[in-house]
Design a protein around this ligand. Structure first.
Ligand code: HEM
Length: 511
């Protein structure tokens, strides 16, 4: 009797609490709707209740950037999309981007809340790219830039780059010899950049099998953290428990695999000379004892895995995509390829192009600028958010909104560029056009983003693109495969924007 009244009492309490929670939830949802209605958000397509524009985007069958391209023509340089519970403010106008990211940089320099899967993979936002704007981000970014990506640190890895680019040339030569001259461009360029970043990151030499496995592990991670429908409609989360379980397995596999190399590096440091291939310095070394954000402890193994993965992911697909677009344009424009080759031959002669030659090769610099203008490897910066609710262009930008910067829009804007669709390096050599990629003097092309969150790898990435492209043109004459076919410039998004039909081209040894 006593126990039944006890459970009745609990049942009553339970239902009262449920009713209270439900009322609070309904109250907050109504409040949120009312306050959103009061906001003067940038214009945008009308959406449906709850899902907003989510299914409109999905139904078009277009890629997200194509959809954005259509909408910016209708709504202009700033517009809103409501994707489920997520409010996205899309910026695509040069002036507004300059105002947000340069003039009012700190206000727009944060990152939005992450979904639960990303929180796990980023170790609760313990990485340069995911950290909110604040002291943790500052410490992690300063460490990466000052210890690895500054021009003096980059000099330390000159030989690593040289070896990887020599190997790239030899792989292409061997591939071409074995396949009637035809080679896969993206795959080979990707492998070369990945090897450079691996050596910088772990300070170890890896056999080809480990390189391939690392690549596969990191690719699986990228696929796993790709947005899912329940990221936009959290109410659907209970239906995605299988995916969440799989994501946790992927994280476990990532940690187990990468930690082996972390431990190998630790051993090499503890017993100098024990690993003859270990470099004198690596990114990992800068992280072992890193004290950030007033924390007493050093990063955990899981945090080290997150930071190393970010270093490897940031520069691999982006750089390789630039090389693929570059070779595609040089094949399509043989006069430009010839002119570039002539400049290299005249300036460098018969020895291999060196990094120090780049400043003496103005046409090469123009080709690379034009390549990054017309084919920015990513069409958006990473998602920004504001540190507190603010206004831009006269509209409200709520604190929880995702601010998406569509950088491809600027480099193709006919109001900013003459003949934007033409691949024309001469625009930079004739003095007709110039572009400061840091955006400080004005935003015209920003393949690395601009402002506080500008890509910290800009310097290294531009060295890679210049030297790889120069060596590939110095060693080989590039033409289409099958011979005399036209290159199909249709694109697809695969972490970066690449050719839909991966480029296979003829690489003929130059005499
Ligand atoms: C051609 C090659 C590259 C391109 C086109 C590129 C482009 C970008 C872009 C557009 C952003 C987003 C900026 C923003 O959110 O406003 C970014 C951020 C970032 N990139 Fe790169 N990147 C390249 C190479 C690299 C390399 C080589 C590394 C380092 C090894 C790197 C590491 C990063 C990191 C850590 C961030 C996050 C910065 C932050 O949030 O503070 N990237 N990159």
């Amino acid at each position: 009797m006593a126990s039944s009244s006890f459970s009745d009492h609990y049942l009553q309490l339970f239902f009262s609490l449920m009713a209270l929670a439900l009322s609070v939830l309904i109250f907050f949802l109504i409040q949120k709707r009312i306050s959103k209605k009061r906001l003067n958000l940038p214009p945008g397509p009308r959406g449906w209740p709850v899902v907003g524009n989510l299914f409109q985007v999905a139904r078009t069958g277009k890629h997200f950037f194509e959809y954005i391209e259509d909408f910016r023509l209708i709504y202009g340089p700033i517009f809103t999309l409501q994707l489920g519970s997520r409010t996205m403010i899309i910026l695509s106008g040069a002036d507004l981007i300059h105002e947000a990211l340069i003039k009012r940089g700190p206000a727009f320099a944060s990152r939005p809340a992450e979904n639960p899967t990303r929180i796990v993979f980023s170790c609760n936002k313990f990485s340069v790219n995911a950290a909110v704007y604040g002291s943790l981000w500052r410490s992690l970014r300063r460490n990466m830039v000052e210890n690895m990506l500054s021009s003096s640190s980059l000099k330390e890895f000159h030989d690593v780059r040289k070896n990887a680019i020599d190997n790239l040339v030899e792989r292409i030569r061997a591939d071409a010899a074995a396949n009637g001259g035809a080679v896969w461009v993206l795959k080979n360029a990707r492998f070369a950049v990945f090897c450079i970043l691996l050596a910088m990151c772990f300070g170890l030499e890896m056999d080809e099998e480990s390189v391939e496995k690392m690549d596969q592990v990191l690719k699986t991670v990228l696929i796993t953290v790709d947005p899912r429908i329940d990221d936009f409609l959290p109410i659907l989360r209970p239906f995605f428990s299988k995916q969440r379980k799989r994501a946790m397995e992927v994280r476990k596999e990532q940690i187990e695999f990468v930690v082996q190399f972390i431990n190998r590096r630790k051993k090499a440091l503890q017993n100098p000379g024990s690993d003859i291939y270990a470099t004198s310095f690596s990114y990992l070394d800068t992280l072992f004892d890193l004290k950030v954000d007033g924390r007493e402890s050093s990063p955990t193994d899981a945090e080290l895995v997150t930071l190393c993965s970010e270093f490897l992911n940031g520069g691999t697909d982006t750089t390789a995509a630039a090389i693929e677009w570059g070779i595609a344009e040089l094949i399509t424009n043989p006069n430009i390829q010839n002119k570039l080759h002539a400049e290299i031959k005249k300036t460098v002669g018969d020895r291999k192009v060196e990094e120090s030659d780049v400043e003496k090769l103005p046409y090469l610099q123009a080709v690379v600028k034009e390549l990054l203008r017309k084919h920015p490897p990513t069409y958006f910066t990473l998602t920004h958010s504001v540190t507190e609710a603010t206004k831009l262009g006269g509209y409200d930008i709520p604190a929880e909104a995702n601010v998406e910067v569509y950088l491809a829009g600027i480099s193709r804007d006919p109001e900013v560029w003459k003949n934007p669709e033409k691949f024309d390096p001469e625009r930079f050599t004739s003095g007709e056009d110039d572009a400061d990629m840091t955006g400080v003097k004005g935003v015209k092309m920003i393949p690395f983003g601009v402002g506080r969150r500008i890509c910290p790898g800009l310097g290294m990435a531009t060295i890679h693109v210049h030297v790889m492209l120069a060596r590939l043109v110095q060693e080989f004459e590039w033409s289409s495969f099958p011979p005399n076919s036209k290159i199909d410039f249709t694109k697809k998004y695969e972490f970066t924007v690449v050719l839909k039909n991966s480029l296979r081209a003829i690489a003929r040894n130059r005499a």
